[in-house]
Design a protein around this ligand. Structure first.
Ligand SMILES: *[C@@H]1O[C@H](CO)[C@@H](O)[C@H](O)[C@H]1NC(C)=O
Ligand SMILES: *[C@@H]1O[C@H](CO)[C@@H](O)[C@H](O)[C@H]1NC(C)=O
Ligand SMILES: *[C@@H]1O[C@H](CO)[C@@H](O)[C@H](O)[C@H]1NC(C)=O
Ligand SMILES: *[C@@H]1O[C@H](CO)[C@@H](O)[C@H](O)[C@H]1NC(C)=O
Length: 487
């Protein structure tokens, strides 16, 4: 009743009053009259655009100019790349909350455990997938389960099939989920028969995440996603349940399923203990991250810092703090406000060794505590640095925004004899040279070689507040990196 009155009011405003008589007499006429009203409202515009009078729709329901139907026949899924936990498909189906791949050769697919897990925290114990999460079925089975046609969801969809357990962290989100996904997606461009350039991501689906609970405590993941993917939507559990309500089969034109638990099933993950490990074995274009890095810089900071061969920011010129002479920036990301940190004397020794070298005019040193800076400023500091120094920790995730070059270097201070692969893996993806520092000893490994194993050490040492570092050792390393001839 209420709707009818609303429509009548709308009509009153829009159409010739004589029609009103009809409206009151015949409820069916309301429908007819209101669509007529819409068409009248558009008539002028449509007419001047040179379209026919019958062209009433104000927008097209299909993307682009093609007349492709949104319902398409069910056809075989094409598995394109398959590193554990980062699998990509053309035509991936969803019905009743379950993901389906349709294939004549189910045996050619990886074990489900390498594709995804149950979408709950691993604190529950074994969360290996069941037929509820995903099924690999034949076209015959598909006809029974999925029907003949599916609603097409166009573009590139990233299905992040995890709970929030590890998501809510800058390093885990950007350094593993997104970096691993983009590395693998970029690798697609090297496959024969794949149309280049690849489409920008259309959407990120988080079927196991309620609302905004994927966001990190530091509040950087969200803004960075909007900067990197301004046209992509981020959808949660509600999207999944909407599809279930519709009781229709949906098909994602191209999709990647990302799953932490599945990624960890890869043998490489037991070498480096990182979700992203399996993707390191995927050949990606060398500078696969650059387009995204540049976009994040421009959309966050407002400009793209350009560095010269010496590692100095040369453009835009106005922003350099030493306008008379542009020198490379050495960014020391201090953790002295956090739990895991340097001994007080070690921090002071490091700062004074860096300052001494700065006096020589070799570089400009910036000591920052990221958590005290506004978000855009953090990205700007990283985006202008040639060298980043810091204690093992989340702040080093900012190397994702540091410009890669033959000089770009990450110096990661570990408690002596302990070693983690988190940030060396980022450096290798970025093209930064990575050094671990154990007080007065530096460790680095050429391409293809790695520190053997993971040295956790005693927790109170590795994650304590008494990490030593010999400042002059770090200063000497930086001198060498900045003075060395460019290969
Ligand atoms: C749809 O999924 C629910 C679980 O979410 C399951 O209980 C139900 O049996 C499924 N329906 C069919 C027809 O398979
Ligand atoms: C879903 O669709 C199928 C096939 O079209 C139909 O048999 C079934 O009854 C529907 N289920 C619900 C809950 O509407
Ligand atoms: C890495 O890739 C090579 C060839 O592409 C393959 O032979 C090897 O098994 C892979 N290693 C792992 C651990 O997946
Ligand atoms: C760190 O290295 C310096 C210089 O070699 C040395 O004097 C100092 O004792 C070392 N500290 C620790 C804790 O090993």
């Amino acid at each position: 009743m209420w709707m009818t009155q609303r429509r009548q009011q709308l009509c009153l405003l829009l159409i010739f009053p004589a029609v009103l008589l009809l409206l009151h007499a015949n409820p069916q006429a309301v429908e007819h009259a209101s669509s007529k009203a819409a068409s009248l409202a558009q008539w002028t515009r449509v007419k001047t655009m040179g379209h026919s009078e019958d062209d009433f729709a104000s927008f097209s329901l299909v993307e682009g100019d093609d007349e492709e139907d949104e319902s398409i026949p069910i056809a075989e899924t094409n598995l394109l790349l398959r590193p554990s936990g980062f699998t990509i498909y053309d035509r991936l189906y969803v019905w009743n909350g379950t993901i389906y791949a349709v294939t004549l050769t189910p045996e050619s697919y990886p074990d489900l455990k390498h594709i995804l897990s149950q979408g709950i925290s691993s604190d529950y114990g074994n969360i290996d997938p069941t037929s509820q999460e995903m099924q690999i079925i034949t076209p015959m089975e598909a006809q029974k389960i999925l029907g003949d046609t599916a609603v097409l969801v166009k573009g590139m969809t990233f299905i992040l099939y995890d709970s929030t357990q590890f998501m809510v962290h800058y390093y885990h989100w950007w350094g593993e989920i997104i970096l691993g996904a983009i590395r693998t997606y970029s690798a697609l461009s090297l496959l024969p028969g794949i149309k280049a350039p690849l489409a920008a991501p259309s959407r990120f689906l988080l079927p196991n995440v309620e609302d905004d609970t994927w966001r990190d405590y530091a509040g950087v993941d969200g803004p960075l996603m909007r900067a990197a993917f301004p046209s992509a939507s981020i959808e949660h559990m509600g999207y999944w349940s909407d599809l279930i309500q519709l009781n229709r089969t949906f098909v994602f034109e191209r999709a990647m399923i990302v799953s932490r638990q599945a990624a960890h099933k890869n043998p490489l993950a037991s070498l480096w203990f990182k979700m992203i490990s399996s993707t390191m074995n995927v050949t990606a274009p060398t500078h696969f991250w650059e387009p995204l890095r540049k976009r994040v810089l421009v959309n966050t900071v407002g400009y793209l810092p350009i560095l010269n061969d010496a590692g100095a920011v040369i453009s835009p010129p106005k922003v350099t703090t030493h306008p008379e002479v542009s020198r490379p920036v050495v960014l020391y990301v201090s953790r002295q406000g956090g739990g895991r940190r340097l001994l007080k004397e070690a921090h002071e020794g490091l700062v004074s060794a860096l300052k001494e070298l700065e006096e020589e005019g070799l570089f400009e040193v910036r000591v920052v505590r990221m958590e005290l800076l506004p978000f855009a400023k953090q990205v700007e500091e990283a985006g202008r640095a040639a060298i980043m120094v810091g204690v093992h920790g989340n702040g080093l995730t900012h190397q994702l925004w540091m410009p890669p070059s033959p000089r770009s270097t990450v110096v990661e201070i570990h408690f002596p004899k302990t070693y983690n692969h988190d940030y060396v893996m980022l450096s290798r993806n970025m093209g930064h040279k990575h050094y671990a520092v154990w007080n007065d000893t530096t460790l680095t490994f050429p391409e293809g070689q790695w520190f053997k194993g993971v040295a956790g050490g005693r927790r109170e040492d590795a994650h304590g507040n008494s990490i030593p570092v010999h400042g002059p050792t770090v200063a000497q390393l930086i001198r060498e990196r900045l003075m060395a001839p460019i290969p």
